[in-house]
Design a protein around this ligand. Structure first.
Ligand code: GH3
Ligand code: MG
Ligand code: MG
Length: 261
């Protein structure tokens, strides 16, 4: 019922309620008139039908207008609350809780369907000095820009989230270490080429990325928290090695690819 009302909108719902209540009123009146005539009371059909039609025509629109308005407002608030509970307001990416929930879901699906995946932990480089140099509001614009780029570079089936502050993550289902590396390079490339205008100045920013991959064979020996912490360790290694680069956590395949900016 609620979905129908939301779909129809306020005006059409009010028209529908008025039409239905008028029809119901006329039918009930006709039923009563015939009942009365059976016990010998003959009423004037035309004038009673007119009254039966007029009363709901006058009452239903203002009353239902208010009620439907309230209902649509509640519905809108619920949509906004659900959005606020799921998405980070600044970047539009999944917030920490939603990202971890979705990631756990994909992790269990991966174990069941036997597909590997990669996790990327991303941290903006020297973000504190961007805030210090250009102000917090422009720092926010950098985060916003990162969010737009992250959504654009990721596929619809990938998860992209903000873990907190200037730290982000991706979960790429069915993605090998090499594919995740290529993905991270595309992200670096796009960000390196991005300029944010600020009072005639140009703000550039870079990111450090840690990558951890779970192959199909490893699915049962790893849990999601472990994979995230491996990606986190790799991200810190990228920081130590000069930032603006990715590091793949050297696990089972014992490969570590390091590319400086
Ligand atoms: P590193 O390259 O080592 O990561 O250095 P960093 O400066 O990025 O790291 P640090 O942890 O020292 O600073 C992170 C900064 O991010 C500090 C904090 O004020 C800022 N920050 C966190 N959340 C927000 C936010 O929502 N908006 C803005 N503008 N800044 C934020
Ligand atoms: Mg940082
Ligand atoms: Mg950080």
């Amino acid at each position: 019922m609620r979905q129908i009302i939301v779909k129809l909108g306020r005006v059409q719902t009010v028209i529908a309620i008025t039409a239905l209540s008028s029809l119901a009123s006329v039918l009930i009146t006709l039923f009563l008139i015939s009942g009365f005539s059976q016990i010998g009371i003959n009423l004037d059909v035309f004038s009673h039908i007119m009254i039966a039609l007029l009363v709901p025509l006058l009452l239903a629109p203002p009353i239902s207008w208010e009620i439907i308005g309230l209902l649509l407002k509640v519905d809108q608030l619920e949509v906004e609350m659900r959005k606020a509970a799921t998405f980070d307001a600044l970047t539009g990416l999944f917030n920490r809780q939603a990202f971890l929930e979705q990631a756990h879901y994909v992790f269990h699906l991966a174990a069941r369907e036997a597909f590997g995946f990669s996790v990327l932990v991303v941290d903006l480089d020297h973000f504190k000095s961007i805030n210090d140099q250009f102000g917090h509001a422009h720092g926010d614009r950098v985060l916003e820009t990162y969010g737009r780029i992250a959504s654009h570079v990721a596929r619809r089936s990938d998860l992209a989230g903000r873990l907190g502050g200037e730290e982000f993550a991706f979960l790429l289902p069915n993605t090998s270490a090499e594919q995740a590396w290529n993905f991270s390079e595309r992200l670096h490339e796009t960000i390196r080429n991005t300029v944010i205008e600020h009072d005639g100045d140009a703000i550039h920013f870079t990111i450090s990325i840690g990558i951890a991959t779970v192959t199909r064979e490893e699915l049962n020996s790893k849990d999601l928290e472990k994979v995230l912490s491996l990606a986190d360790q790799a991200m810190y290694q990228a920081k130590q090695q000069g930032r603006n680069q990715s590091v793949i956590f050297a696990n089972s395949y014992a490969v570590e690819i390091l590319v400086a900016s």
